[in-house]
Design a protein around this ligand. Structure first.
Ligand SMILES: Cc1ncc(COP(=O)(O)O)c(C=O)c1O
Length: 450
């Protein structure tokens, strides 16, 4: 459907326009001699245009860059800013803690922590919570605890999952149907096929085959894959996972870091799931680093009673800044006043309009693409019907096409997440924003195939 020569020509034109429109960002990037890869974090080199846009300011669903352009931000920090940029209740809570009271990180608990724990318990149905600063750490610590409780060595994940830079999760089902280390796995401490097992999402037969080895401490999964496009669970799949994990004595961790977009209690509440552990990060701090994991009462009691586990010092679970006063003040304000049930209802309505419009435009051009919605999160993939597994979704990636759409949108004031084609709605994203996106997206497709 897509003429590659035409696509390459359009991509080159859009990149040239981008370079012309962003002289200040280009200069900042080329000046950054003291940064590894010229960026504060190497993944910021994942950009479609050749260098990143430099942030100047951000509020709600808008960001401005140092070249003086403003953008509708549909990336929202890849979920870190799902509450919108700098929401007022979070700014007030952070200001109070940092400037008025003082003590961002004093190694002492604050009363905010119990309030946040109680709210997470209400939303996700698990009674005991602990905090981290990143979802990666929440996952790392959760899997350590579950290995300790079960005495089993392995973790099972879905092929093409992403749970942060967790060693055990960098495994895929290869073309030969066997487990393989994920391509590009940096400095793995050991062969991941020795620490992990893997099954495709939506594949209960594969899951049961792997669990039957009897060495899996926990299945770490997203209730819908979100990091290889969105792959939704088929009817009965998640119930099957729960049944199989119970039958084979493995715990179930729902990583809700992105699937939180499904509603105020994530997919866990929206779909009535009963995991043993929930991990979550990013959005719950309203932009301030904080993450959390929640445990069943039974698990928490068993772990606390274990004298052989060092949970208070150097036993491998914990971080000095985890649970700090600043991040918990931000999380309390985010949950109580920003990412409320009412806010989610509005975000999901806007996302539904976004998904319907994108579907209509794609169909109008007869493109064999699909659109998936997960609450406030929408994504299109270059395959139809929508991929059922991570492997299928990885197979339909098209970097050139993705880059073209991303730069085209950026040149006209719209940011998608730099990873695949995800658009996320925050409480301040509105129908006018959706209309503007559709106008530009339609124009990009008209130039490509019209
Ligand atoms: C599902 C999921 N879990 C965990 C993480 C890791 O989050 P962080 O980068 O904050 O550690 C991510 C990041 O994208 C994620 O998508």
């Amino acid at each position: 459907m897509v003429d590659r020569t035409r696509l390459r020509g359009l991509l080159a034109r859009e990149r040239a326009t981008f370079a012309e429109r962003h002289p200040a960002s280009a200069a900042a990037y080329h000046r950054a001699e003291h940064l590894f890869g010229r960026v504060p974090m190497t993944w910021m080199n994942k950009n479609a245009a050749g260098f990143p846009i430099y942030l100047h300011s951000a509020r709600g669903a808008r960001v401005t860059d140092i070249d003086g352009h403003w953008y509708l931000d549909l990336s929202l920090g890849d979920t870190g800013a799902m509450a919108g940029h700098s929401p007022e209740p979070v700014v007030a809570a952070v200001h109070r803690r940092l400037a008025e009271l003082g003590g961002a990180s004093a190694m002492l608990p604050t009363e905010d922590a119990e309030v946040v724990g109680a709210e997470l318990a209400r939303r996700f149905g698990l009674p005991r919570w602990s905090f981290a600063l990143t979802a990666t750490d929440a996952n790392r610590w959760a899997i350590r605890l579950l290995r300790a409780v079960t005495g089993r060595p392995r973790i099972l994940v879905n092929s093409y999952c992403y749970h942060g830079s967790v060693d055990e999760s960098l495994i895929v089902v290869g073309p030969d149907g066997r487990p393989h280390s994920r391509d590009g796995n940096v400095g793995a401490p050991c062969d991941v096929t020795g620490t992990s097992r893997v099954a495709e999402f939506n594949d209960l037969v594969g899951l049961e085959r792997e669990l039957a080895h009897g060495d899996v401490a926990a299945v770490l999964m997203e209730p819908a894959l979100t990091n290889i496009g969105i792959v939704l669970p088929e009817p009965g799949y998640l119930a099957g996972v729960r049944e199989l994990t119970r039958r084979h004595g493995a715990y179930l961790i729902n990583d809700e870091t992105h699937t939180f977009s499904a509603g105020p209690g994530g997919a866990t509440a929206a779909w009535g799931l009963k995991p043993d552990v929930v991990t979550i990060g990013k959005a719950i701090g309203g932009g301030v680093p904080v993450a959390a994991y929640g445990l069943t009462g039974e698990l928490a009691a068993t772990l606390i009673d274990r004298d052989d586990l060092d949970l208070v010092d150097m036993g491998g679970v914990g971080g000095t800044l985890a649970g700090n006063a600043l991040s918990l003040a931000a999380a309390r304000a985010t949950l109580a006043e920003v990412l409320t049930g009412e806010a989610f209802a509005g975000m999901i309505t806007v996302a539904t309009a976004f998904a319907e419009g994108v579907t209509k435009i794609i169909q109008g051009y007869g493109l064999p693409w699909s659109v998936c919605q997960l609450g406030a999160r929408v994504e299109y993939r270059f395959a139809s019907p929508a991929p059922r597994t991570g492997g299928e979704s990885a197979a339909c990636a098209d970097a050139e096409l993705e880059d073209y759409l991303h730069v085209y949108l950026a040149n006209r004031g719209i940011l998608l997440t730099p990873f695949h084609n995800m658009a996320l709605m925050c409480p301040r994203t509105g129908p006018d924003d959706v209309a503007r996106h559709h106008e530009v997206f339609g124009a990009a497709l008209a130039e490509l195939v019209g």
